[in-house]
Write a protein that binds this ligand. Structure first.
Ligand code: FES
Ligand code: FES
Length: 149
C-alpha cells in the first residue's frame, strides 16, 4: 500500500512501488490529462509536479511520491495555472493538443520561479517539452502573456 496526495486528495493505493506515476494517475485514478508520449523521459508529455518540482511521470516510480504531493493538469488551480490556461486560449496555442498539458505544467514551474522570463529563459525552461505540431512560437507568446497577468 502506498499513500500519496494527488491534487489535494489523499489516496491509499494497492499498487507496486515500481509502477510509474503516469500509470497510477491515468489508469488507477483516471486522471487522463497527463499524456504518454515517449515513455523514456525524452518528450515531456507526462510532466507533473512532485512537491513543486517538474518530473517525468513515465519513468518515476510511484514509491518516490509516497508522502509527497503530486499535482496534475487537472489540479493546477492556482494563479499561475489560471493565467496560463487563459493565455493558452487567447493565443490559441494547441494544434493536436497532445503535448499541451505537459507544456503548461512545465510553463507553470518557469513562471513560479521566474515571473518575468525573457525569450531565452522560456526556450531554456521549455526545451525538454517536445511538440510535434511545432507550436513553440505560440507557446512562447502565451507564456509572455500569462506573465503579464
Ligand atoms: S512520456 Fe514521459 S517524457 Fe515522454
Ligand atoms: S500540439 Fe500537437 S504535439 Fe503539441
Amino acid at each position: 500500500m502506498i499513500t500519496l496526495k494527488v491534487n489535494g486528495d489523499n489516496h491509499t493505493l494497492d499498487v507496486p512501488g515500481e509502477m510509474p506515476i503516469l500509470w497510477v494517475i491515468r489508469d488507477v485514478l483516471g486522471l487522463t490529462g497527463t499524456k504518454f508520449g515517449c515513455g523514456a523521459a525524452q518528450c515531456g508529455a507526462c510532466t507533473v509536479h512532485l512537491d513543486g518540482d517538474g518530473i517525468r511521470s513515465c519513468i518515476t516510480p510511484v514509491s518516490r511520491a509516497a508522502g509527497k504531493e503530486i499535482v496534475t493538469i487537472e489540479g493546477l488551480n492556482n494563479h499561475v495555472g489560471d493565467s496560463l490556461r487563459s493565455a493558452w486560449a487567447e493565443v490559441d496555442v494547441p494544434q493536436c493538443g497532445y503535448c499541451q498539458s505537459g507544456q503548461i505544467m512545465a510553463a507553470s514551474i518557469l513562471l513560479t520561479e521566474n515571473p518575468a522570463p525573457n525569450d531565452q529563459d522560456i526556450d531554456r525552461a521549455m526545451s525538454g517539452n517536445i511538440c510535434r505540431c511545432g507550436t513553440y512560437q505560440r507557446i512562447r507568446a502565451a507564456i509572455h502573456l500569462a506573465a503579464k497577468s
